[in-house]
Design a protein. Structure first.
Length: 56
């Protein structure tokens, strides 16, 4: 199940830098994860200071 970034996102960009497959991009007010590209590794969740990435 792919990760999704919740509205708790503070747009710090830590998750984008950590993603090994470049599935994360800056969206409107928060970062977003492309579910088709996400490999469910959890790297984004591990670096997020507000625990915004969660498995859907």
């Amino acid at each position: 199940m792919a990760y999704k970034i919740s509205d708790d996102c503070i747009s710090c960009g830590a998750c984008q830098a950590e993603c090994p497959v470049n599935a994360i991009s800056e969206g409107d007010g928060k970062y977003v994860i492309d579910a088709d590209t996400c490999i469910e590794c959890g790297a984004c969740a591990g670096v997020c200071p507000v625990e915004a990435p969660k498995q859907d």
